[in-house]
Design a protein around this ligand. Structure first.
Ligand SMILES: [Zn+2]
Length: 152
């Protein structure tokens, strides 16, 4: 299980090795992705709280990257964080997420990206529930939900 110290270590020294890589030119991402997804995934956009697809969804299943399809989160780690965005306590695999210090907007935050295609997902904070203490605060537009039993 990842904890905040692991996230800090990844961001400071070296992110975990991804299982594979998907690298496309930004123009190709713009061609492939609907504008709302492109804005979040490739331009670090943030969707409005509560007015997004998976904020209140707790059905069993997996959440995949909307860019490359990598399985990022499991509904078993999704919880109600009262933030208005889907929130998880762990990634599905330790190497699913890439971590980068984000000093934009005058805040010190930890950016969470897809480790396979570098898509922006959201941020991770050290104020999640025990035992991990992590809160992955993720844009719904970054995710595609795969209902339980439908993962090929
Ligand atoms: Zn991806």
């Amino acid at each position: 299980m990842l904890r905040w110290i692991d996230v800090l270590t990844f961001a400071r020294y070296s992110n975990p090795e991804p299982p594979r890589r998907v690298e496309l030119a930004e123009a190709e991402w713009a061609r492939q992705l609907p504008p709302a997804r492109f804005r979040v995934l490739r331009q670090q956009g943030t969707e409005p709280p509560y007015r997004n697809a998976y904020c209140r969804c707790y059905e069993p299943g997996l959440y995949a990257c909307a860019g490359c399809g990598s399985r990022l989160f499991d509904s078993a780690t999704k919880y109600h964080a009262i933030s208005g965005w889907p929130s998880f306590t762990q990634p599905r695999a330790p190497n699913a997420i890439k971590y980068t210090c984000d000093d934009s907007l005058g805040m010190q935050r930890m950016e969470a990206s897809c480790n396979v295609c570098d898509a922006h997902l959201g941020h991770v904070f050290p104020d999640g529930p025990a035992p991990s203490g992590l809160r992955y605060c993720i844009n719904s537009a970054s995710l595609v939900r795969i209902p339980a039993g439908q993962d090929p």
